[in-house]
Design a protein around this ligand. Structure first.
Ligand SMILES: Nc1ncnc2c1ncn2[C@@H]1O[C@H](COP(=O)(O)OP(=O)(O)O)[C@@H](O)[C@H]1O
Ligand SMILES: [Mg+2]
Length: 176
């Protein structure tokens, strides 16, 4: 099973769109796919595909460990694409930020909860994230099995910002 976080340190780069597209392609190719909407405040990825069943719980209960995972319908929503399931975003007040920041295992919480046998049935789990540097971005990045997908829009200011922030590339300060 592969866990692929989709991240960037700012919003509007295309994370939710690419995460959902990728899930659609992979599910269409016949792999059992789970899209976790880790943008806890804004359910963009959760709402790209129509849900045929919406579970009562989502990312909030998953990370707060307040849902019984032995019954998959508690947490797993189904999209209209047969191989594509979704865990919805449902924390508009951003309670998770504070809770995960103060939990001793906060940064490893996503990685740990995904060890549950419920998730063994998936070939690929893609996790969308909020475009802000925070404990929530860290706990999603740390859940990766090997690869993380970083999204940068192909426009100069965003690329310079990415190179400056990620690689401390000083040439981006004064490109002319
Ligand atoms: N490859 C693309 N080409 C053109 N527009 C795109 C592309 N990917 C995303 N968008 C548009 O960019 C905006 C931000 O995308 P979104 O996926 O919500 O970004 P993020 O999740 O990083 O905030 C949306 O209006 C979306 O439709
Ligand atoms: Mg988004």
């Amino acid at each position: 099973m592969k866990i692929l976080p989709v991240i960037s340190t700012k919003g509007g780069e295309g994370k939710s769109t690419q995460a959902a597209n990728l899930c659609g392609f992979i599910a269409d190719a016949g792999l059992k796919t789970l899209l976790i909407d880790g943008d806890f405040g804004q359910p963009t990825a959760s709402s790209i595909y129509q849900l045929t069943y919406e579970a009562p719980c989502g990312i909030y209960e998953l990370l707060m460990q307040s849902v019984d995972l032995s019954e998959s319908s508690n947490i797993i929503s189904n999209s209209f694409i047969p191989n594509l399931d979704v865990i919805i975003s449902n924390d508009p007040q951003a309670h998770l930020l504070t809770a995960m920041l103060h939990a001793p295992d906060g940064r490893l919480r996503m990685r740990n909860v995904l060890q549950h046998p419920l998730f063994n049935e998936y070939d690929v789990i893609i996790i969308d994230s909020q475009g802000a540097r925070s404990v929530m971005l860290e706990l999603i990045a740390l859940a990766a099995t090997d690869t993380t997908i970083g999204i940068v829009k192909p426009v100069l200011p965003d690329i310079r910002e990415f190179l400056r922030g990620a690689f401390q590339d000083k040439s981006c300060q004064n490109p002319l």
